[in-house]
Write a protein of this length. Structure first.
Length: 462
């Protein structure tokens, strides 16, 4: 007789949301976590990073405060206090996750889980091991920082993002390998605090896969903020000692980069090793990601998987959506597979994107129309002293279907929600044009960009 209707492995954004939803649906549920209740996101990822981004951004704004009529005395930042506030925010949220689970009657189990077979898990915590039997299992184990064959994370000279978030002192110099979201966010934090930051990216643009116009404009803004960014450049060797590290770089930039610390930020790998997947009959595909069908079932039909473990966009909100939908299917409903997942990068200005880029649409053979509107002509952006970036709308020139929205600008991460809703509801560009936005708001730039796709922008000179 199974102990539970559902046993969830991993208490990150995918796992804990799935467990709460399962309990709401009346399933007797257990959740197993080996390290961090709340997962990487709440403990050493999204939340602590955003705390330091906000605090360092406030410090950066103070430098230009007099231009806005705010006259300060001798200001300074306290990195120790920033780290303390970050830890308080993390504790509040992770305590909240445990409280949510307990309130719903979910059984919490600490330890590392491994399948004995497709009906049972062995969970080890220290020297004790217990068996957990369940009718269904859900794997939501997340991911780990990826490494390069010739550069390994040693947690001393070469750091991962977790190491960098736990520094007690601001380094004098930092080299970042990889210009993805994590690398650029971390670079922004420390550049604002006075670190000499150099970013090295093997691809010809930062944020590979993002709209090229957005990526190029962001790189220009970050360079103005003091970051050095080398694109189309590859780190081929590393020498490290007690005095820092030297990276040998080839490509568009040829030379050496010296730094006190190195951040290796070249993506993430699924955390699926050691789970006993072979014993459970769970098939693993390319790069270690678990293969699932449209219901999030693995090759073992009572075992499901979601989030970073199955690949795609490795984002917390995607994992949460998938966890909830997988449970809907387990409970007898029809799960949804996400179509439009927004992505946000919390630099300043922020980047937010959803749907197809113009290049992707053209690769599909579509006739593309685009509209762009600058925040420099937006009243709300001017009042925020942030007239930077633009909104971009991509549509189908034949059918008028709205295909994608891409934003570089203040609070882009908040603005992208309306675009995601429009895409999810299969809106046309005309539908998007006809939505009335309040004045003055940043969202008015989305209206103007949609109009510009048809050459109809009102507040644009050409």
């Amino acid at each position: 007789m199974p102990d539970f209707d559902l046993a969830v492995i991993g208490a990150g954004p995918g796992g804990y949301v799935a467990a709460v939803r399962a309990a709401q649906l009346g399933l007797k549920t257990a959740i197993i976590e080996r390290q961090w209740w709340g997962g990487v996101c709440l403990n050493v990822g999204c939340i602590p990073t955003k705390c330091l981004l906000e605090d360092s951004h406030m410090w950066a704004q103070l430098r230009t405060a007099e231009q806005r009529g705010v006259v300060l005395g001798d200001a300074r930042f306290d990195f120790t206090a920033m780290q303390a506030r970050k830890r308080q925010a993390v504790k509040r949220l992770t305590d909240g996750v445990r409280a949510l689970l307990q309130k719903r009657g979910v059984h919490l189990i600490s330890g590392a889980a491994r399948f004995e077979d497709r009906q049972s898990l062995l969970v080890t915590d220290g020297e004790s091991t217990q068996k957990v039997l369940a009718t269904h299992f859900l794997i939501a184990t997340g991911s780990n920082p990826a490494e390069l064959p010739h550069i390994k994370i040693d947690h001393r000279n070469v750091l991962d993002s977790t190491d960098l978030l736990e520094l007690t002192d601001v380094p004098g110099s930092l080299a970042i390998i990889g210009a993805g979201a994590i690398g650029l966010e971390m670079g922004s934090i420390f550049a604002r605090l006075g670190t000499e930051v150099t970013v090295i990216e093997i691809m010809p643009q930062c944020l590979p896969g993002t709209d090229r116009m957005v990526a190029s404009a962001l790189a220009r803004e970050l360079k103005k903020q003091g970051l050095t960014i080398h694109l189309d450049s590859k780190v081929v060797a590393l020498q490290a000692d007690g005095n820092g590290s030297v990276l040998k770089v080839e490509g568009k930039f040829e030379g050496e980069v010296k730094a006190d610390k190195i951040l290796l930020s070249v993506g993430r790998s699924p955390r699926t090793q050691g789970l006993g997947l072979e014993e459970a009959g769970v098939r693993v595909g390319r790069r270690g990601f678990i293969e699932v069908n449209e219901r999030f079932q693995t090759s073992a039909d009572n075992i499901y998987a979601v989030g970073d473990a199955i690949g795609g966009m490795l984002m917390a909100h995607k994992a949460s959506f998938e966890g909830e939908q997988a449970v809907e299917g387990i409970a007898g409903g029809m799960p949804l597979r996400e179509t439009y997942i927004p992505a946000v990068v919390y630099t300043w200005p922020e980047v937010a994107t959803v749907g197809l880029t113009a290049d992707e649409a053209k690769q599909q053979g579509r006739a593309v129309k685009e509209g762009v509107f600058s925040f420099a002509a937006n009243g709300r952006a001017l009042s925020l002293a942030a007239p930077i970036g633009f909104a971009k709308v991509v549509g189908d020139g034949n059918t008028d279907e709205l295909l994608g929205v891409h934003i570089l600008g203040p609070y882009a991460g908040e603005l992208i929600a309306e675009a995601t809703m429009a895409l999810a509801k299969h809106a046309s560009v005309k539908d998007y044009q006809n939505v009335v936005r309040a004045h003055p708001t940043l969202a008015e730039s989305l209206h103007e960009a949609a109009l510009a796709a048809d050459g109809r922008a009102i507040h644009k000179l050409q």
